[in-house]
Design a protein around this ligand. Structure first.
Ligand SMILES: Cc1ncc(COP(=O)(O)O)c(C=O)c1O
Length: 401
């Protein structure tokens, strides 16, 4: 048997044994191999019908009554509770709304305020130097606003840089370029030992692997819902504030939606208690309820099963790439160790921009990250092992031709 036939046969066996295989039927997909769910998740099939109901009946017929009767007003906390088990959080700690960027701002300034109010003259924010740019920009502004200096450094350097000056630390659970999974339990414990709070950005981990927010005592966390949670383009993000910190959480964006009595229309702000203290203004109901419908695909699915399949998919992809692509043509930036790998594979390739264009023309969709990275995201809910084998084969043919 040729190597190709062998790997294709292996893929068929793995697909036949895949306990998540049936979940793919809950998505709108075609013959394209879609490996860009770490940028924009595919459309769950139930979403269009639900959105149509929200628009035609809830908005079109019930109009303003829907704020109560259709549960619009409480949607940010209700959907937060739906996301909670996916990131290892008990109910009442997550609120959905605004973009990730805005929530990074709320969480980071809120974290610095927590630390500074506890005393001790803390005036330094540590930030992941390899972060998605928005976190870095916001951290720089948060530092200016709170009288802190900002120190960008690699996540692995954080433990050695912590001190009595540390006011807060902002880290990514999974690196958006390389797919490296950082040690959330270990880094959280190290930051706590220095007496500071930590904010985790979960954009590339939520829905792809266990996070364990409560188990590891994370202080604050944010994440988007349009990647592995399939909420749709620009779907609202979420903010986690650990239950015992909520009464001290002082949001830098205190809007009327987080007022203790929002319809009291008072001139003085008095924060509500609980997770809804993270709210700002009127929620984006259409996007939010599309997200709520999208989360139905998780019914009966465990994050542990997703993680097991994710590792099997990325292992198999790396195996196929090694077998099909001439040695030295691409170089994997994604750690080989499972404990350090998210749900994506990043391959360095000299002409990556052009290669990705040609891959997309041939029905294999990943993305290109400047200057030389081919990025492939593996969403275990709808990517199969046959897809993986085909992607690697088409990649090899593209690189050869
Ligand atoms: C790690 C990370 N943080 C933040 C963001 C920005 O999110 P948003 O554009 O929704 O504010 C992204 C977007 O892809 C991201 O990957």
């Amino acid at each position: 048997m040729s190597e190709t036939t062998e790997l294709a046969a292996g893929a068929a066996k793995l697909d036949a044994a895949d306990e998540l295989a049936a979940v793919r039927g809950k998505f709108v997909l075609d013959e394209v191999v879609y490996l860009d769910g770490n940028s924009l998740g595919a459309l769950p099939a139930a979403v269009p019908g639900r959105v149509e109901d929200v628009v035609r009946r809830q908005w079109g017929e019930l109009r303003i009554r829907s704020w109560d009767e259709s549960g619009w007003w409480t949607a940010p906390e209700r959907i937060g509770d739906r996301i909670a088990p996916l990131v290892g959080a008990a109910r009442g700690q997550i609120v959905v709304g605004d973009s990730t960027s805005v929530n990074v701002f709320k969480a980071l300034v809120g974290a610095v305020r927590l630390a500074q109010r506890a005393g001790g003259g803390r005036d330094e924010i540590l930030v992941d130097a390899t972060t998605f740019p928005t976190d870095g920009y916001i951290a720089e502004s948060a530092a200016r606003m709170t009288g802190c200096t900002l120190r960008p450094l690699e996540p692995a350097e954080v433990p050695g840089a912590l001190s009595g000056r540390t006011a807060a630390v902002l880290l990514n659970h999974v690196d958006y370029r390389t797919g490296r999974l950082h040690d959330l339990p270990g880094l959280t414990a190290a930051v706590h030992a220095a007496g500071a709070p930590v904010v985790w950005d979960l954009c590339h981990s939520a829905g792809a692997l266990p996070v364990g927010l409560d188990e590891h005592g994370v202080d604050l966390a944010v994440g988007c819902t349009y990647k592995y949670l399939n909420g749709g383009p620009g779907s609202p993000a979420y903010l986690y504030v650990r239950a015992d910190l909520q009464d001290r959480f002082d949001s830098p964006l205190p809007g009327w939606n987080s007022h203790a009595e929002p319809f009291g229309m008072r001139s003085a702000y008095e924060p509500a208690s609980g997770a809804l203290r993270g709210r700002v203004g009127t929620p984006d109901i259409l996007s939010m309820l599309a997200l709520e419908a999208a989360l139905d695909v998780w019914d009966g699915v465990t994050v542990e099963a997703v993680r097991a399949k994710s590792l099997a998919l990325t292992d198999f992809f790396l195996e196929c790439v090694r077998a099909y692509v001439p040695a030295g043509r691409v170089q994997s930036l994604t750690p080989a160790a499972h404990a350090e790998r998210g749900s994506q594979v990043a391959l360095r390739c000299e002409d990556a921009g052009d290669v990705m264009k040609r891959l997309i023309e041939r029905g294999v969709v990943g993305d290109f990250r400047h200057p030389d990275v081919l990025r492939f995201g593996f969403t275990p809910l709808y990517v199969g092992f046959g897809d993986v084998e085909r992607a690697a084969r088409v990649l090899a043919e593209t690189l050869a031709g």
